[in-house]
Design a protein around this ligand. Structure first.
Ligand code: SIN
Ligand code: FE2
Length: 217
């Protein structure tokens, strides 16, 4: 088995770890629910398959994505947008299985953001080598709500910078069951994910799944 994923998953959640004003890591916060979250993801992607979206610049993203919830984030040559329907199937996105918004609400509250009711859950699937370049989450109409981001599977290096693209990002390891929450003064912080290192984790094999909850509409 690859290195420390198993060991890390033995560490129970302790307390929020601040990484910037309004931003914190909740290490191990989702560990107990991880199995249910994985089942929920499988259920969603059975009807809204993961796919490589095309950036407005015309390149295929290395991360595969899908969504559940009232709104889903998509990208195409026309730009980024939230849509109530899946452009691939023409159908509404699958509803969020209940365990997802429950976890997001609790994680947000733990980080100091009460009453977080997400209407969008983006599912990001990273294979080894996949990455997400530095960006801001700013397609949401309500920027008073935080972002809640749950990591499952292989560990990743999360890049968390400042409000300018040129701010040098700090690097944080995100492991299976970790949750990152950012809002307030960090809501528009630039962030990204370094190319995923290969590995093999007990539950998800050679992949990382990230769930990003937002109040989009
Ligand atoms: C994102 O910014 O949408 C994803 C971040 C992550 O995969 O941890
Ligand atoms: Fe993001």
């Amino acid at each position: 088995m690859t290195r420390s994923l198993f060991d890390e998953s033995l560490a129970p959640y302790d307390a929020p770890e601040p990484i910037a004003p309004g931003a914190m890591l909740l290490r191990g916060f989702a560990l107990e629910q991880a199995e249910g979250l994985i089942q929920a993801v499988r259920q969603v992607i059975a009807s809204a398959p993961l796919r490589h979206l095309i950036t407005p610049g015309g390149r295929a993203m290395s991360v595969c994505m899908s969504n559940c919830g009232v709104l889903g984030w998509t990208s195409s040559r026309a730009g980024y947008r939230y849509s109530p329907t899946d452009p691939l199937t023409g159908q509404p996105w699958p509803a969020m299985p209940g365990c997802l918004p429950d976890l997001a609400l609790r994680a947000a509250a733990e980080a100091g953001f009460n009453g977080f009711v997400p209407d969008a859950c983006l599912i990001n699937r990273y294979a080894p080598g996949a990455r997400m370049s530095l960006h801001q989450d700013r397609d949401e109409s309500d920027l008073s709500a935080p972002i809640v981001s749950v990591s499952l599977g292989l560990p990743a290096v999360f890049l968390f910078g400042g409000l300018r693209r040129s701010d040098r990002p700090a690097r944080w390891r995100l492991s299976h069951g970790d949750v990152a929450v950012w809002g307030g003064a960090s809501r528009l912080a630039f962030h990204g994910v370094a190319p995923l290192a290969d590995g093999d984790c007990p539950r998800l094999g050679r992949q990382r799944i990230n769930l990003t909850f937002r109040r989009a509409g």
